[in-house]
Design a protein around this ligand. Sequence first.
Ligand SMILES: [Zn+2]
Length: 478
Amino acid sequence: MSSRILLTLILPACFLFQTVTSSETQAETTKLRAGAAAVDITPAVGTSLDGVISKNGPVTGVHDRIFSRALVLDDGKTRIAICVNDLCMVERSYFDRAKKIVFEKTGLPVDRILMTSTHTHAAPRVPYGRASDQDDAYYEQLIKQMAAAIIQAEQNLAPAQIAWGSFDAGKYAACRRFLAEKGSVSLNPFGVAGEQIKSVAGQSKSIIQPAAPIDPQCSLLSVQHRDGTPLAVLGNMSIHYCGGYQKGQISADYFGAYARQLAKKLTTEKSDPPFVGMLSNGTSGNVGAVMKQDKKKYAAFEWIEESGKQFAEQSLKVINQLNYKSDLNIEMLEQELELGIRRPDPARLAWAREILEHPQQKTAHRWAKIYATEAVELSKYPPTEKIKIQAIRIGELGIVGLPCEVFTETGLAIKDQSPFQATFSMELANGSSGYLPTPRQHALGGYETWPARSSYLEIDAETHIRQTALKLLNQLHD
Ligand SMILES: [Zn+2]
């Protein structure tokens, strides 16, 4: 959470093999090729960082460099790209512009490209954290760099084999929203009573239980060259971030530490082009930071490095036991959804203006002025917003790309109801669009549900998004 409340069909891939005459040649062309690449996207000193609880502000130094990492897969018929970026979040139009560059340079259709942010808070929030012209210049450069990561990954395509697996990372995850007794939660910033969510449990006797289950699964897609040399690993973990930063220092959080550790362990003398490790964020909008496993006091960034190492070590155990395949189908579908925006009604807008016109007046909630400002900002939004939902099939693995900071219940429901052997979701994919509480969580209330630029889609948005994702998975499977 930030201290500032902020706020198809398969087209032939450009290299599609022409008419295949012999069955032997056909078998060869359906074999998998893969390429990966990483491009440094570290901003210069002075660019705005997102930060956590008073740790935002301009970049003053670099703890660890941040990257745009891309994986391109091709089964001889369909080519797709997945691009994971060490950023807090990215608004849809910026991803769309990067995809357009990729299409113009390579012919890869924009609906074959999934782009996402890891949600490290020690990196820019594009463009929501904008504070200066320097930020705009960085965003322009970033669009080209993200496109370059995909273009390079495509240039690196080589015969490959692939496998997937998972391990239980549940001990590191905890729901950060707590269900409290009725009547125990004070008025929300709008002066409304009846909510049942406490965001910090503390020792409160009114806490009943966490408001939602965690998703303990860390999923892994491991890609090797045909001779078994590691090529890339794409992980997926439903833990919000790690934190423990230093003000002004840029960092890819545990996502970057994981990538570095995997590269350290899996790089060999044959790793040319370099091995690329990447970790995507699953569905963690309601999950807290990576849970420490001891009472030790960690210095800044120390737990980030240590937890990334622990996740990489557990991933390696899984990777070494997998059975790799090179003859599997790759397919991808995308659907656009138009969803309503919770703009303030006349009464809420009048409340906001009253608060803002009398800044000295005492308010019932310490964030009333912030949410009054947010109400005015939301009143300028259009009535609806178009978002993209994507689903990918890699053999019997399903991957879903969802915008928003998605709650665990949504990710768990998609895993449970997916027709594939294994499935995982990436949040903040192809855009941001704020938190995505389920209708039940909306009814319970809490920070993530309060209308603001950080949470503005209609109450039923989660239902539409989840159902669309499952529909696309079923279409891919049939
Ligand atoms: Zn966050």
